[in-house]
Every structure is written in structure tokens, then in C-alpha cells.
Design a binder for this molecule. Sequence first.
Ligand code: FES
Ligand SMILES: [Fe+2]
Length: 438
Amino acid sequence: MLTPAENALLTQTNAGTPMGEVFRRFWVPAMLPSELPRADSDPVRLRLLGEDLVAFRDTTGAIGVIQNNCPHRGASLFFGRNEEQGLRCVYHGWKFDVDGKCVDMPNEPAESDFRQKVKATAYPAKEWGGLIWVYMGPKEREPSLPQYPWCLVPNADHTPVAKWMQESNYTQGLEGNLDTSHINFLHRAFDRPINTRLSNSAPMKLIVLQTAFGFVYGAKRQALEDGRYHWRLTTFAYPTFTAIPGPKLGGCFFVIPRDDETSWWFMIRPLVNQNGVPEPDLSARDPYKLLQYGRQVFDPSLTHEPGSWRLARNGGNDYLIDRDMQRRINYTGLPTNRVQDAAVTESMGKVYDRTQEHLGAADTAIIQMRRHLMHLAEALQRGEEPDLAAHPEWFRQAPLEVVSLEEDMPTLWEQHHAAFLHEFAASGASTDAANARA
Ligand code: FES
Ligand SMILES: [Fe+2]
């Protein structure tokens, strides 16, 4: 349970809020490169951390992310004309480059230096690991790009990534990603045996270990007959990245605030496995199948607003729940994990009132995540910058699923982490961030 003040601290991320400042110390994923497919392609609306922005790609292919409202008199630059090295407001013709500099002001006298005095808010944006990242913090603190392992492999640009919008505060989705115990309920299909790997019928111990990048959350299940334990270690990196163990690094998710009531989701299938070995790119075969992302779940033609990234099944249509399916087929009457997760976490309300909740032992990782994020926000208010932002190499990590005789979580993690880093370096993955495309 949180107090009203803690709930506000955790959930509010607009400019000037303590948690908003935390997000503004990191590069955050914001778009897919395919949304800006080529030089001078159409401008795209982008709402991020409560700010209305417009993204475009200039004539050289560089990405600009600038304020939505034209600095002259506020017309939306979404309607702008993307021409030779800049975006021109169609109202009176002011033109801005990717850095927000006003490069033309045709309705003012030629001798006027007014143009020099006007600047649009613009944020740096880069392509990296199959995503477009944006940094919205102080210029002098701009960090290097985070060295998530999948961003460093030779085929990083082809990393399969799915994106969608969820209609609730970022914390609700994030908490679902850190919550093992829902899997055999929410995601249960009656014709599938209970997943004994994840089953709550086996006594389970949850252990949380603080790390340089955030924390690792380990679930240890009872010893098998031969005395070994079944371990699942999920990693969490600030501000909101979770990597859930499974084949091919399992599920890697970012949940990024769009504003306080909606969030952007990015689901990534890294082209590197939990042992640090790069994997081939199979996305060309069928990226949606690869992401188990069926037509019924997300189909741009079914969304209410094109480009909104709203799930076709959403709160407005009760996710098209099928009560007969719920009786006979699965718990929810909803297809796929994505819809099931969205339905329950959105149904809490846009910003859940955490003064009303009752947390149990199964919620340990959620409690830790909140504490860590709130500590980060409070420390930043005192002027203590997050160390992680200055250490992009600390993002190199991977979750783990293993059956092992090891009883001690810190030992298991350290061995896995060291072996992962060693193998990853030996595999020939790039070791610097120089290949980021600005
Ligand atoms: S409002 Fe954009 S140029 Fe006037
Ligand atoms: Fe889930």
C-alpha cells in the first residue's frame, strides 16, 4: 500500500515532477524506425512524458523531435511541410531544423534578426537496437546510449520490436511484468497443463538483489528429486526495462509514460540469447508471428484512430470478451497474453489508487521496484544523479532460467552475469556505441 503522496511520486512523470526528472536522465525508447521510413518522410505526432511533440526525418535522414506547437503562434507542426533540411510551419512559413533552430522566417523583414532569437524545443533522437530513442533531459547531462546487449550485435537494426499503446499509467503494466504469480491464472488455458515451471503449487521463494543497473528478482522453486532448484531470474534496469527469462531472452519490455494516463509499450526479441551468444535474424519470415502478435490483437485498420497504436481489443469494447470461451477454453475469455495483461491492468483505472491495495508475499518484486524508483526520484531531488546514466556499459545483462544445485541467489547471479559478459565479448559483438545512427 502506498500513501497518496507516494502514489503521486511514483506515477507522475510530466516535466518538473520528481519521477519525470528521473525519466529525463535516460534515453527512452519512443518510436519504431519504420514510423519515419525515409529522409523527408511525413511528420508524426509523438506524445512522450506528457509532452506533445512532432517527429520527422530531415533530408540527410537525421531525426528531429520538436515541440508540437510552432513557436510563432502555436499551429501544430504536424501539418508542417517537410522540406530541404527542416520542417516548415504551414501557417506563416517559419522553418525549423532537427535541433529546433529557426532557419527561415519569410514573413519578417529580411534585415530582421528575430529569427536568431527564436528556438523550438527539440530533443536529441537516435536509432539504436531497432528503436528510436529520445533524450529529454538537460543538455549538459546527455548520456551515451544504453548498451543493452541486443543493441550491440551486428544485426541490431533488425531486432524484432512490437509497439502498442496502453491506456493506463506506466506503473500498472510494469508491475504486471514483475509479477510471476499471475501467469497460471490470467494466462491459463484449460487444455494446457499448469506450467509447473511457474506453478504456485510448488513452494517458491522470491529474492531481490540490487545491482548496478537496477535489480534482479529471483524465483527459486523447490528442489527437484535430484536436489536441484529451478531458478528464474528476471532483470530490471532503470527506468522501466524488464527482461523475463525464457527462450531467446524471453520477453524484454519497456513501458514508457506517454503521459500519466497512457503508456508506450515496446516488446523486444533480442538477437542474442541468455548465454551471450548472438542469434540469427528470423524476423524477415514473419515478425508478427515471431512476436505472437495476431491480427485480432493489433491491427492498424481496426484501431479507432490510425496511428494511435491502440489495441484493437480495448477497454472501449470490453476487449471483445467471449464469455463462452471463458467457460470452456481459458480463464479470461480473451485471446493472447497481451490482451489479457492489458485488460486487467487497464481495468484498475487510468491511475490506480494504491492506498486501496493489499500486497502479499507474491508482490515482493513490485514493492522493490516502487522503492527503487522512488529512491531514485528523491535522490535526484537532492541533487544526486543516477549513477547508471553515466555508465552505459552497466546495461549489459541478461535474465536466466536454469535448473541448478546452487542454493544462493547472489552466487548464481554473479556466476551467470560474469559468464554472460565473457561470452558476449568473445562473440564479437560490438563493444562501443559508435554505430548508433543519429
Ligand atoms: S504559427 Fe507557425 S509560422 Fe506562424
Ligand atoms: Fe502477463
